[in-house]
Design a protein around this ligand. Structure first.
Ligand code: AMP
Length: 423
C-alpha cells in the first residue's frame, strides 16, 4: 500500500458536527456586525508580497519571519495573506471606495496563513473574523467598533470577557517616545533578552510587549509612553474611555499593550480569555491612520480588529446560543413493529412534517444503541419515537438528549413543543 498523504503540519480539517458551530458563529457575525452597518468583503487569499511589506511593516514578526511567500510562474512575488487589514485597505483604494459616502464599514471572514510554530491555539492556517471602519472620525469611530465587538461577543455567549485597551499615541508622540526609550535602553543593551536586543534596532516599542522577566525588570524604570503623549492623543484616549464607561463596557487599561503591527496609531486593544493558556488572545485591533495613504490612497482615519475564530470556538461557552443553532437534525425513530413497515410509513410522514416546519430531521434506526451513537455523531439534541401504540393514540414520544427528559405529546402539540424547546 502506498503511504497515506496527511494534512500539512499546522493545518487541520474542520469536520461535522463542528462545522455547524463554525457556520453558526459566522452567521451571528454577519447578523450582529450587519446591525452596525458592516457588510462583507472577500479579498483574494494571495496578494503581491509588497502589499504586506508596506502594509504590515518590515519590522513586524509577520513580515520578518512568518509569511508564506513564493514566486509564481510569471515571476511575481506572491504571499498567502497573513492578515486581512492590508488587503481590505488595498481594495478600498483600488475600487475608489474613498469616494463613497464615508465611513465605509467592511466585514471579512476567512483563512489567514502564518508560518509560526504550531501549538495549541496556534495554527499555520487559521481563521479570522474582522471588521474595518474606513474614513471615520477619530475616537467616535473607535467606540463604534468596540461597541460592535462587545455586541458580537455577547451574542455568541461571552458575558465576562474584558477588553484591554491602550494608546500608542499619534505619529509624533510615538517618535518622541521611541527616542526616549532607545536612549534609556541603549546603555542596558547587554542585559536585554536576545529578542529585545534585535527589537531595539528594528521596532523598540515591541520591547514593551516582552515576556522575559529580565526585560520586564529593566522596563520598570523606563520612561512611560503615557508621559510622551501629545495633548491630542491624550484627549483621544480619554474620549474613548469615557464613552466606554458611558455604555457600561468593561475594560482595563494595559500600559504594556502595543501590538505587533507597525500601522497602529492611538487606540489599540485586545481581548484575552483565561481558558486558552499561552495563546490567550482572542481578538486584537486598533486605529490606524497612515495605512490607506501608505497604499496610495488619501489620508484616511481607520479602525478595526481581527478575532481569531479558531480560538474563539475553543472557548465558546457550553450554553452559547450558537451551539443551540448548530444542533444536528432531529431523529425520528420507530418503535415496536413499526420498524418493519414499508418505506412510505407513518414514520417518514412525521419526518417530512417536521422538515416542512423548518427543522432538519432524519429517520433513525430502531435499535437504541445504534440510535444514540448516530445522535452523538450528528450532534442531535432530540429524538422522536413513534410506535404502534403512539400511532393509535395520536401521540409521539419526545426525548431531549441534553436533559434526558422524555415526554409523551399529542401530535397536535408537537410543533409548539419543538419550537419552545429546540429552536
Ligand atoms: P493579529 O492579526 O496578530 O492581531 O491576530 C488577531 C487574532 O488572530 C489573535 O488574537 C488570535 O486570536 C488570532 N491568531 C493570530 N495568529 C494565529 C495563529 N497562528 N493561529 C490561530 N489564531 C491566530
Amino acid at each position: 500500500m502506498p503511504p497515506r498523504v496527511q494534512s500539512v503540519k499546522g493545518t487541520r480539517d474542520l469536520l461535522p458536527p463542528d462545522t455547524a458551530v463554525w457556520a453558526a458563529v459566522e452567521a451571528t457575525a454577519r447578523e450582529v456586525f450587519g446591525r452596525y452597518g458592516f457588510r462583507e468583503i472577500r479579498t483574494p487569499i494571495f496578494e503581491e508580497t509588497e502589499l504586506f511589506v508596506r502594509g504590515v511593516g518590515e519590522s513586524s514578526d509577520i513580515v520578518g519571519k512568518e509569511m508564506y511567500s513564493f514566486e509564481d510562474k510569471g515571476g511575481r512575488r506572491i504571499t498567502l495573506r497573513p492578515e486581512n487589514t492590508a488587503s481590505v485597505c488595498r481594495a478600498y483604494v483600488e475600487h475608489g471606495m474613498h469616494q463613497l459616502p464615508q465611513p465605509v464599514r467592511l466585514l471579512y471572514i476567512g483563512p489567514q496563513f502564518r508560518n509560526e510554530k504550531p501549538q495549541k491555539g496556534r495554527y499555520r492556517q487559521f481563521h479570522q473574523i474582522g471588521i474595518e471602519l474606513l474614513g471615520g472620525r477619530g475616537a467616535a469611530s473607535d467606540v463604534e467598533v468596540l461597541l460592535a465587538l462587545v455586541a458580537f461577543l455577547r451574542a455568541i455567549g461571552f458575558s465576562d470577557l474584558t477588553i484591554l485597551i491602550n494608546t500608542v499615541g499619534d505619529k509624533a508622540s510615538r517618535a518622541r517616545f521611541k527616542e526616549q526609550l532607545v536612549s534609556y535602553l541603549e546603555p542596558l543593551r547587554e542585559k536585554l533578552s536576545e529578542e529585545s536586543r534585535v527589537r531595539l534596532a528594528t521596532n523598540p516599542l515591541r520591547i514593551l510587549d516582552s515576556k522575559s522577566l529580565e526585560d520586564k525588570a529593566l522596563l520598570a524604570g523606563a520612561p512611560s509612553l503615557e508621559a510622551a503623549l501629545s495633548d491630542e492623543s491624550r484627549q483621544h484616549f480619554e474620549a474613548v474611555r469615557s464613552a466606554l464607561d458611558h455604555f457600561g463596557i468593561a475594560y482595563r487599561v494595559a500600559p504594556g499593550l502595543v501590538r505587533g503591527l507597525d500601522y497602529y496609531t492611538n487606540t489599540v486593544f485586545e481581548v484575552v480569555s483565561e481558558g486558552l493558556g499561552a495563546q490567550d488572545a482572542i481578538c486584537g485591533g486598533g486605529a490606524y491612520e497612515g495605512l490607506v495613504e501608505e497604499l496610495g490612497g488619501p489620508p484616511t482615519y481607520a479602525v478595526g480588529f481581527a478575532i481569531g475564530e479558531d480560538r474563539l470556538i475553543d472557548v465558546l461557552p457550553p450554553e452559547s446560543a450558537v451551539r443551540r443553532n448548530a444542533a444536528g437534525p432531529l431523529l425520528v425513530a420507530p418503535g415496536g413493529r413499526l420498524a418493519n413497515r414499508p418505506s412510505v410509513s407513518p414514520l417518514l410522514e412525521l419526518v417530512e412534517e417536521v422538515r416542512r416546519q423548518g427543522w432538519a430531521a432524519l429517520e433513525g434506526p430502531a435499535k437504541k444503541d445504534r440510535l444514540f451513537a448516530l445522535a452523538e455523531s450528528l450532534g442531535s439534541t432530540c429524538v422522536l419515537f413513534l410506535g404502534e401504540e403512539e400511532l393509535a393514540a395520536g401521540t409521539v414520544v419526545c426525548r431531549d438528549l441534553r436533559s434526558r427528559e422524555q415526554r409523551s405529546l399529542l401530535r397536535a402539540d408537537l410543533m409548539a413543543h419543538l419550537q419552545r424547546e429546540f429552536s
